[in-house]
Design a protein around this ligand. Structure first.
Ligand SMILES: Nc1ncnc2c1ncn2[C@@H]1O[C@H](COP(=O)(O)OP(=O)(O)OP(=O)(O)O)[C@@H](O)[C@H]1O
Length: 271
């Protein structure tokens, strides 16, 4: 499903940065989680946020989604400060898939995926056939149509993750922010997801995902932001930003990233 994007978010109009952030920082009490993060996310691109555990990837993603207010600098969406947008406007532009899906929702999967239509419907709107059609398409896209009437709390981890992805798809926001979206997915569904994220970006969606798999990031993403210790160590095309020296700096281990004859990327830790 690739509905036309709002005119103002078409890739050509924001190739230099649909989301722009400058001198971004976030502190929690005396603890600085992120410092001096300056960069941009082009419209219609697939961006991977990479780095070791605790580097600040989820914190940065939450700042870019407007879920956390920066304590330094700002995030601009199409030139406007994100923190000045009200929640309903933000929800129409930014689709969010967090790392920890809720465990105890008293909903069927169909009802849960229909929550994705809430930003478009408003508080009192009732779903119309188009909304229900989008839900059906999203359930089918993630192979969970057969689970539509099952309760959320009776699903496996991978089934829940696919339901979360289906909700994001049904929401159909022009920007997707996903925190470790391959969590709990088997290899087939991981491969399907990467193809889908690539395809969405190719058709104009702006996709930002926190990933741990640097080989998959190198294969599918247009650009990476490599974080370490709360700082941005590199931003750019994967083949350049993920050079051996940057990888060693970020991960503090002898990490190898290479491309085989078929063009696929591979990663391993030596020794
Ligand atoms: N509410 C908080 N209060 C204090 N420290 C926090 C808080 N939330 C996160 N942190 C710390 O901030 C740092 C960055 O956390 P964050 O979740 O952004 O890292 P991450 O790169 O996404 O890590 P992971 O790969 O392990 O998910 C970590 O050291 C974490 O312990």
């Amino acid at each position: 499903m690739n509905a036309p994007l709002p005119v103002q978010f078409r890739p050509a109009a924001f190739a230099d940065g649909l989301l722009q952030f400058s001198q971004l920082g976030y502190r929690q009490g005396n603890h600085s989680l992120l410092q001096d993060i300056t960069g941009h996310i082009p419209a219609g691109s697939f961006t991977a946020l990479l780095g070791p555990n605790g580097a600040g990837k989820s914190t940065l993603l939450r700042l870019l989604a407007g879920l956390l207010p920066p304590t330094q600098g700002d995030v601009r969406l199409a030139g406007l400060p994100l923190h000045k947008m009200d929640t309903p406007s933000r929800a129409r532009q930014l689709g969010w898939l967090g790392q920890f899906p809720s465990h105890d929702l008293p909903l069927t999967i169909e009802q849960y995926v229909l929550l994705g239509r809430r930003p478009a419907l408003g508080s009192f709107g009732r779903p119309n056939p188009d909304d229900l059609g989008r839900v059906g398409t999203a359930l089918a896209a993630y192979d969970i149509s057969h689970l539509a009437q099952r309760r959320w709390d009776g699903l496996s981890g991978g089934e829940r993750q696919r339901a979360g992805l289906a909700r994001l798809q049904a929401q159909d926001a022009p920007i997707w922010l996903l925190d470790e979206p391959t969590n709990h997915l088997d290899l087939k569904h991981q491969a399907q997801l990467f193809r889908r994220l690539r395809n969405e970006a190719t058709h104009g969606r702006t996709v930002i995902a926190v990933l741990h798999d640097i080989a998959q990031a190198a294969r599918w993403a247009d650009q990476v932001l490599l974080l370490g210790g709360g700082r941005l160590l590199a931003q750019g095309q994967p083949s350049e930003a993920l050079c051996p020296s940057n990888l060693r700096l970020a991960y503090d281990c002898p990490l190898q990233l290479w491309q085989s004859a078929n063009g696929h990327w591979h990663a391993s830790v030596e020794g």
